[in-house]
Ligand binder design. Structure first.
Ligand code: SF4
Length: 478
């Protein structure tokens, strides 16, 4: 795999400074007293306005004065008025469309990065390999030993013991540590989707936790309670557990290993793809290997089976450059998909997360065109999802990616408490994506990831339940 160079400029940035005196100046100019919470909100809003709108403080004051002209609100009302005006300046796309409920705005305390964060290099080389005693004779450890002759190996009873002496912070969670463990509990789980949204009945084959890639929007940054990457060595136990699970569930399902890590990023070390294909081929399930890499050599050595799907997450190269680090380029991913299709495997694609910008239409239309220029439809499926993340990820993104802009999109707390674009914008994005896809391809099932019934309906889909989505995707492939 070749990946683009890691951008040098990531790191604490002085351009993020916001004058801590701004709230004091607002107090003085508008003759009001802000409490601590109000001060934090005003500071955050001014910071984000300066960042997104490139408007300086004096101009903001002018706009506030204009809005207050002829009115004389007092006390709390004056603060509310000022805050509402700042909100309308901060969200220029949403303000004319809907009445923004200020409770859906997430104004976290402004804390700028105080340390340089660790970002993975394009080639994953563990500084240290930490091995649970029950995994010391595993084939996985032998492979790792062969590949990383210079990495230090440390044996411990249980990986969890490591955390007692390691202080996990946002700055070191991606450190190049590799844990080889014996998985004991979490073999297969249902994808939790998100509250009040339509799921797709997906199951997760939990083959690893942590990822050598480094996407700015990756939820693992907030979810991960370990540094580095955990790889289970007891694949046979996963297969036994799956057989029991499958006997019990007794119906075709979709299952994949790319939820808590990338399915193929470390395939040169694990060789898992070959073993998974051997195990799942011919079973009444759809097994998906989902990736942002181009590591397909092991797969190319296998015979294709119609229930094995290899899928790629796609984004325009400009977004890969700014948001997805240490991954394969768009060109490399599409080339890999082409070779996999030529070999006879089914492929699928995920446009997820779709990230809004002024030029999004041009970028994503071009991306859809490029996909259909390189790969041959119909595909097993295409999923669409717009940028969304838990609130807790926002301060982490600010710490780990101080120059990141996507965190300052027009994102509001949704029904599932995640920050998302407003409904009207998501619908517009999906409608356009579906239109562009359908210009090339009438057959590939397209579905939405983590969306509400209303958004499904208004985006031209007639789907009412998770069961219907699951049926649609399975019926087409098994
Ligand atoms: S490839 Fe997926 S799992 Fe890996 S960092 Fe990116 S979003 Fe996270």
């Amino acid at each position: 795999m070749t990946a683009k160079n890691y951008p040098e400029e990531i790191g604490p940035s002085t351009s993020l400074k916001v004058n801590p005196e701004y709230p004091r100046r607002i107090e003085k100019i508008f003759n009001l007293k802000l409490n601590r919470n109000q001060t934090l909100q005003i500071r955050r809003l001014i910071y984000e306005i300066k960042k997104t709108r490139k408007i300086d403080f004096n101009k903001i004051v002018q706009l506030l004065k204009r809005d207050l002209e002829g009115k004389d609100p007092q006390g709390k009302d004056k603060f509310r008025h000022i805050k509402n005006t700042l909100v309308s300046i901060r969200y220029p796309l949403t303000t004319p469309k809907i009445n923004i409920d200020t409770r859906t705005i997430f104004l976290n305390e402004l804390k700028l990065p105080d340390k340089k964060t660790y970002h993975p290099k394009k080639e994953f080389i563990p500084g240290k390999v930490i091995v649970e005693k029950e995994a010391r004779n595993s084939y996985l450890l032998n492979n790792i030993r062969k590949n990383f002759k210079h990495s230090k190996i440390e044996y411990i009873d249980y990986a969890s013991a490591f955390l007692k002496k390691f202080k996990l912070t946002p700055y070191n969670l991606k450190e190049p540590l590799l844990f080889i463990v014996k998985e004991r509990w979490d073999f297969i789980k249902k994808c939790p989707c998100t509250k009040n949204h339509i799921g797709c009945g997906y199951w997760i084959f939990n083959l690893g936790f942590g990822c050598p890639f480094d996407c700015s929007y990756c939820y693992l940054q907030q979810y991960q309670n370990f540094p580095g990457i955990i790889l289970p060595s007891n694949l046979e136990d996963f297969f036994t557990k799956f057989d029991t699970f499958f006997r019990k569930i007794n119906k075709p399902v979709r299952i994949g290993s790319g939820e808590f890590c990338d399915s193929l990023a470390l395939d040169h070390l694990t060789g898992y793809s070959s073993k998974l294909i051997d195990f799942f081929s011919g079973k009444k399930v759809l097994f998906e290997l989902k990736t942002k890499s181009s590591q397909i050599e092991n797969i190319l050595n296998k015979e294709p089976a119609k229930n094995i799907i290899i899928s790629w997450s796609l984004n325009p190269q400009s977004l890969i450059d700014s948001e997805e680090y240490a991954v394969s380029s768009l060109k490399e991913r599409l080339k890999a998909a082409q070779r996999i299709e030529e070999k006879g495997f089914k492929v699928a694609f995920h446009f997820d997360p779709i990230i809004y910008s002024d030029g999004w239409k041009k970028e994503y239309k071009k991306l859809v065109e490029l996909l259909y220029h390189k790969a041959k439809p119909p595909f097993a499926w295409i999923s669409l999802g717009t940028l969304r993340f838990n609130r807790q990820l926002k301060p982490l993104m600010e710490k780990r990616f101080p120059k990141n802009e996507i965190v300052y999109g027009e994102l509001f707390i949704g029904e599932d408490k995640k920050l998302r674009y407003p409904e009207f914008l998501r619908i517009e994005i999906y409608q356009n994506m579906v239109k562009w896809i359908r210009e090339f391809d009438a057959k590939t099932p397209v579905y939405l990831c983590m969306e509400s019934k209303k958004v499904w309906k208004d985006s031209l889909f007639e789907v009412n339940s998770a069961g219907q989505v699951e049926d649609l995707l399975i019926a087409n492939n098994v």
